[in-house]
Every structure is written in structure tokens, then in C-alpha cells.
Design a binder for this molecule. Structure first.
Ligand code: BT5
Length: 254
């Protein structure tokens, strides 16, 4: 980081950011350190991850040029899912701060992805600590074109739109905006995140398929439940989905 950049943009007061050229996984490193009684605001960033991970043991491709950043948040495991929404909203704000609000139309894909032109540009991984009182929020953001082998969704990057974003600046912006959204959540609860997130939601009121470990459900994406579950409208009534993979359009049922 250049000294001029460091002086203009800083992590929030009390936050501690450690950066590695290469690491297995920023979530894993945070998990190791948090074991020794760390508090909120410990942040791990890496230029490259060798074992970056997604949900359900999936791989997160992590070449150089992108942002890989994990933040330790004090939140009970029961509200861990809500933290993902603070993360998505914070990441939108941070990216818009860097490229300009009117330049990109970032959309939220339930539960925690960001899409740009219907392509996945960011994923967020939430992992609870064994103490059940802290959650790790891990952000992977494709700033540059990234090759993904096992692709579930189309993959995008900021450079697809000719936009150049510096990972280091974005890391600092993201820490600041995450601190702000966490304050909103603590003051006003999940209700204060619902509308901002829904205004950005991809596929609202449209047909979707939700893939669960042992079944696929088809219905309409009707909104978010009181704690961030996906409300799926089916012929038989509404169903709340706490976790799953969403695909847009009824044709994806097979
Ligand atoms: C996610 O999982 O989207 C959460 C990804 C979180 C990654 C960050 S990086 C910093 C921190 N440290 C970690 O080790 N992880 C976090 P999921 O919804 O399960 O999506 C995973 C799927 O996305 C994969 O199975 C691929 O299909 C696809 N994928 C893999 N790498 C990708 C990439 N760089 N960009 C877009 N899609 C990718």
C-alpha cells in the first residue's frame, strides 16, 4: 500500500488488517487466529488464495488481482445469516465508492452473491466460530477476469466493464462500509437491511429454482423472511428457505 493511500483511507478505528501475498484461505487464517480470543474487526486479506472455499466445500478460484478478505464480526450464531446481508450491502457501497454509483448496476442474488450484468462477480462465505458468538464474513470479489472450472453460474468481473479497481483501496472501503452497515443492523435490526437489499434483488417476483442438498424446489421468489430466509411461493403455499442455491428461470429445474 502506498503511504499516500494509507493516509487517505484507513480501516475503522480499532480494526486490525493483516495482509498476506499468499495464503490457503483468508477465512481459515481468521479461524486460526480467532481461536485465541480475538474481537471484532480482525481482518485478513490476501493477494492469492491456494485453497479458497465457497459454501458446501466448493472451491473459490482465487488468482491474483482480485479481493479476498475476511472479517471477524461479533454476532451470535443464531443471527449469523443476517450478517451476510450487511456484507452484501457493504460491498455494493464500497464498489460504488470506487467506480461511481451511476456506473454499475450491482444486483444481490440470494443469499449472499453480487451480480453484475447477471454474472457472479462476488461471493460471501459466512462461517461461525466454535464459540458460537462470532462469525467470519469472507468476501471474494472478481476485479479481474477469473477462470472458473466447476461453474454453477455465469462468472463476471469488474474488468468486463472496463473498470479498474485497486484491491487494496477496495479492502479499506469495504471495512468502512461494513462497519456502518453493522451499526445499522445493531441499531435497527434485520428490518433495516431488508428493503435496501430487496431494492437490489435479482429475480424478485420471478420464477426461480432453489437447489437444496436433496431436492430442487420450483416457485416464485416473493421476498425475504424476518431473518433473511428466502420466501418461495409455490402452488401449495409459501415456504421459507434458510439456505440453498438459487437459479433464475423455470427452465433450470432439470
Ligand atoms: C460463495 O460460495 O460464493 C462464497 C465465496 C467466498 C469466497 C471468499 S474469498 C475470501 C474468503 N476466504 C475463503 O476461503 N472464502 C471466502 P458458493 O455460493 O458456494 O459459490 C461457489 C461456486 O462459485 C463454485 O462452486 C463455482 O461454481 C463458483 N466460483 C468459484 N470461484 C469463483 C469466482 N472466483 N468467481 C465466481 N464464481 C466462482
Amino acid at each position: 500500500m502506498s503511504s499516500s493511500l494509507a493516509s487517505s483511507l484507513k480501516v475503522p478505528s480499532g480494526w486490525r488488517l493483516f495482509k498476506f501475498p499468499t495464503i490457503d484461505s483468508t477465512n481459515e487464517e481468521l479461524m486460526r487466529r480467532a481461536d485465541s480470543g480475538e474481537s471484532e474487526g480482525l481482518v485478513i486479506q490476501a493477494d492469492v488464495q491456494t485453497v479458497g472455499r465457497g459454501r458446501r466445500g466448493r472451491v473459490w478460484e482465487s488468482p491474483v488481482g482480485n479481493l479476498y478478505l475476511s472479517v471477524l464480526v461479533d454476532a451470535p450464531i443464531s443471527s449469523g445469516g443476517e450478517i451476510g446481508f450487511t456484507g452484501a450491502l457493504a460491498l455494493i457501497d464500497a464498489l460504488e465508492m470506487e467506480v461511481g454509483r451511476s456506473i454499475i448496476d450491482l444486483r444481490c442474488k440470494w443469499p449472499n452473491d453480487l451480480l453484475l450484468n447477471k454474472k457472479k462477480v462476488a461471493g460471501i462465505l459466512l462461517e461461525a466460530l466454535p464459540n458460537h458468538q462470532q462469525v467470519i464474513v469472507g468476501f471474494g470479489v472478481n476485479l479481474v477476469s477469473t477462470q472458473v472450472n466447476d461453474t454453477l453460474y455465469p462468472v463476471g468481473a469488474l474488468t468486463d466493464m472496463g473498470l479498474t479497481v485497486d484491491p487494496q483501496r477496495l479492502a479499506l472501503q469495504l471495512c468502512r462500509s461494513l462497519e456502518s452497515w453493522l451499526a445499522v443492523w445493531r441499531n435497527d435490526g434485520f428490518a433495516a437491511l431488508r428493503m435496501p437489499w430487496l431494492e437490489r434483488a435479482e429475480g424478485l417476483h420471478e420464477p426461480i429454482v432453489v437447489s437444496l442438498p436433496f431436492e430442487k424446489l420450483q416457485g416464485y421468489f416473493q421476498g425475504l423472511s424476518a431473518n433473511g430466509g428466502l420466501v418461495l411461493a409455490q402452488d401449495s403455499g409459501e415456504r421459507i428457505i434458510p439456505a440453498g442455491d438459487v437459479f433464475f428461470g423455470p427452465e433450470r429445474i432439470t
